[in-house]
Write a protein that binds this ligand. Structure first.
Ligand code: ACM
Ligand code: ZN
Length: 716
């Protein structure tokens, strides 16, 4: 009897270059984001160490000092070589536009406002050698003569930092303000409250930080932190000097478990609650029927509006399950009293009440696109994240929108799903809105959620993708060109090195493509990502013997003819591993047999498509590894026709669950072997007993074992 096994990797239900001369790259066309208009002159200008910086207006004191400090010029009596000027330039340059002129005499940066001058300085910065970033200007710097006329495409160019799932130190936040400023970005969206931690000191409700800022991890350790009001004022002022507005986000009515842990009386059930340690969406939210909740919100927002001079306050509004409201007497009484028919309208009631309060304080509100669901109050701005539909709907109803869709702007996602080129291809103006509504798209944000990115990983997630997005937000469409951007990006890395930015890869550092070669062999093609990636690989069989190992910078094909583990380390730069893949292979009887699907797999989770379940590769604990196939809202029902009767010893099928990501095991799995005549000759089933709702990633394998029963079709 041949030793035969069949292994399926299945997934349960889902709810929801151009080359340029090196010296050219020191020129105007090296700047990121690419300026609107560049005129190259003839000749160069030598900026001297200690060059004087002169400003024509006291509103430019910060800008002048910033530049002196950047150049480390120091000497107040030195010859002036840089002039900063507030000037009555053409209206079309707007408040953020600038003109930068380099002549034989020196550098003139002029603008209608200090912000424009600041951006002109950031462009000048990129004309200077990268060493200046660290040491200041130590020797003469030769810069080309010419002129830049520049202004942003969008007024809203933001970054969201989720400082809740993982806390980010105040100094780290300040560092990001500096990085944003270099890229001419002007909004810092500070995500300050979450299920997993409340991070802003509120004097009237001290337990928010005494209790809500700290969580007890599974290993018993305490994790957390918060910003005092003094620290917040410091960040806001630091950002304002750099022309960055800080928008606080206070989440409501969902994502509020940390606040409920501190004040359980604000919930529908009364609790008790613990600050969440898992990631996901949680049932317990603020009670919309309880007046105390609105008193609380108003007190919190009163302190928030005192701390943040921003025009906008972000009130969240996303991912608020209505389950508790459906079952809460107070919430139901509120609905009755207000004549509300469904809980979605109760969410609108909640957000509208808070908006009115904020409007009375002269603020505007922003909410995630869910705030559209029960009807939207006038004046609210929508942040579209579940695609661009929220933006389309918002602007068509006369609202402003900010875009940060999961498809292009979620930088917590791996570069495998969103690489630099994809980010660069993003157009914040959605298709299908009229030219008359384009102005309602204020701009966009990069969203840096931190479930899987504690502070030390944030650089790798954001860079270099955020540079591509900075250009998306700034540079006019007709000037965008990915090849040219990519060349500028290569040129930019030494500057990031000088700044100590621990950037990650531009694209998936390594990819494995599996090709089935005949009946009993898989060819794993290992494909390196960007240039400079070195792959270290090994193939180890189930007895632990190394079948193969080596390293390469090119793509390589490895033949796998028996059960084995393929490990690949992709290294960049100074040898640091940027991606490590472990793939376990089973060489089985159904290898290469395309299954027939009674119901289609989800187009959102196709894995390798029709052959994904028969390519010999097991899925790993990471559900986004490209090997798990998803079925959404329907049963999976697949059959493999072996083409002839053959004896089968066992069948195995693996399933993945990651409940916080709404990926669940099937409730029941049945495996049958069917004879040529259509008779079931072996059968096994398993009921789901792995339904730990809060656990992040788990895999369960279901077997049908036989003594070598003969069958032709395997059905799962
Ligand atoms: C979001 O990602 N829940 C806005
Ligand atoms: Zn309630």
């Amino acid at each position: 009897m041949r030793r035969l096994g069949l292994f399926l990797t299945g997934l349960a239900l889902l709810a929801s270059g151009c080359k340029r001369e090196a010296d050219k790259m020191q020129g105007f066309d090296a700047i990121i984001p690419l300026p609107v208009h560049v005129e190259e002159g003839r000749g160069n200008f030598d900026l001297m160490p200690g060059a004087g910086v002169m400003a024509n207006d006291s509103s430019l004191n910060f800008e002048a000092n910033w530049l002196r400090s950047f150049l480390k010029s120091g000497d107040a009596n030195a010859t002036t070589q840089i002039w900063l000027e507030i000037k009555d330039l053409h209206d079309s340059l707007g408040d953020e536009g600038y003109v930068l002129e380099v002549s034989g005499e020196g550098v003139h940066i002029s603008a209608r406002s200090a912000a424009g001058v600041f951006y002109g300085i950031q462009s000048l910065r990129q004309l200077l050698p990268t060493e200046v970033e660290k040491d200041g200007l130590l020797g003469p710097a030769r810069i080309p003569q010419g002129r830049i006329i520049d202004k942003p495409r969008f007024q809203w160019r933001g970054l969201l930092l989720d400082c809740c799932r993982h806390f980010m130190e105040k100094d780290f936040v300040l560092r990001y303000i500096d990085l944003l400023a270099m890229q001419k970005m002007n909004r810092f969206h500070w995500h300050l409250t979450e299920d997993q931690g409340w991070r802003i000191e509120i004097k009237k409700y001290p337990l928010l930080t005494e209790v809500g800022a700290w969580r007890t991890e599974a290993d018993g350790s305490r994790y957390g932190g918060f910003y005092t009001q003094d620290e917040i004022r410091e960040v806001v002022a630091y950002a304002a000097q750099r022309h960055i507005e800080v928008i606080p986000e206070i989440e409501m009515p969902g994502h509020s478990v940390a606040a409920l842990a501190a004040y359980p009386e604000l919930s529908c059930t009364g609790g008790p609650f613990a600050v969440e340690t898992n990631w996901g969406v949680f049932k317990d939210i603020y009670c919309a029927g309880n007046e105390k909740v609105f008193e609380f919100m108003e007190a919190v927002l009163s302190e928030v509006t005192e701390l943040f001079p921003s025009q906008y306050i972000h009130v969240g509004g996303d991912e608020a399950p209505r389950y508790r409201w459906e079952n809460c007497g107070k919430c139901q009484a509120r609905m009755k009293a207000e004549g509300l028919k469904e809980e979605a309208q109760l969410q609108t009631y909640f957000i509208a009440r808070v908006s009115e309060f904020l409007e009375a304080k002269g603020k505007k509100i922003i909410g995630w696109d869910e705030i559209l669901e029960g009807g939207l109050m006038e004046g609210a701005t929508v942040q579209s994240w579940r695609g661009m539909e929220g933006a389309v709907e918002a602007v068509s109803h006369g609202h402003d929108a900010i875009v940060s869709p999961t498809s292009h702007a979620y930088f917590d996602y791996p570069v495998r799903s969103i690489d630099v080129e994809k980010v660069y291809s993003f157009n914040p103006v959605p298709e299908g809105i009229g030219a008359d509504l384009e102005h309602r798209i204020l701009g966009g944000e990069c969203n840096m959620w931190s479930e899987r990115a504690p502070q030390h990983l944030v650089d790798q997630k954001l860079y270099p993708r955020i540079l591509a997005m900075a250009e998306v937000f700034w540079t006019p469409l007709h000037r965008k060109d990915y090849g040219a951007f990519s060349a500028r990006l290569q040129n930019f890395y030494p500057r990031l090195d000088a700044l100590g930015v621990d950037y990650g890869p531009e694209q998936e550092a390594v990819r494995i493509r599996n090709v089935i070669d005949g009946r009993m062999r898989v060819i794993a093609e290992i494909i390196p990502g960007q240039k400079g990636t070195e792959l270290h690989y090994s193939l180890v069989d189930t007895e632990g013997s190394t079948l193969l190992e080596g390293s390469t910078a090119d793509r390589i094909r490895i033949a796998i003819g028996r059960d084995a583990l393929l490990s690949v380390d992709a290294r960049l730069k100074a040898g640091a591993t940027v991606e490590k893949l472990d793939r376990s292979y089973s060489i089985h009887r159904a290898l290469g047999i395309a299954p027939s699907y009674k119901q289609p797999f989800s187009q959102n989770y196709p894995a390798a498509g029709n052959m994904a379940l028969a390519d010999g590769v097991h899925g790993s604990l990471h559900f986004r590894d490209g090997n798990w196939q998803g079925f959404e809202g329907i049963d999976m029902d697949v059959s493999f026709d072996l083409g002839e009767m053959d004896s089968i010893r066992y069948v195995g099928a693996s399933f993945h669950q990651s409940a916080p990501s709404w990926i669940f095991m099937p409730q029941r799995v049945e495996i049958s072997l069917i004879s040529e005549g259509g008779r079931i000759v072996a059968f096994n089933y398993a009921e789901n007993k792995t339904n730990h709702p809060d656990k992040n990633d788990q895999i369960e394998t279901i077997y049908l074992k036989t003594r070598g029963v003969k069958a032709r079709v395997v059905r799962v």
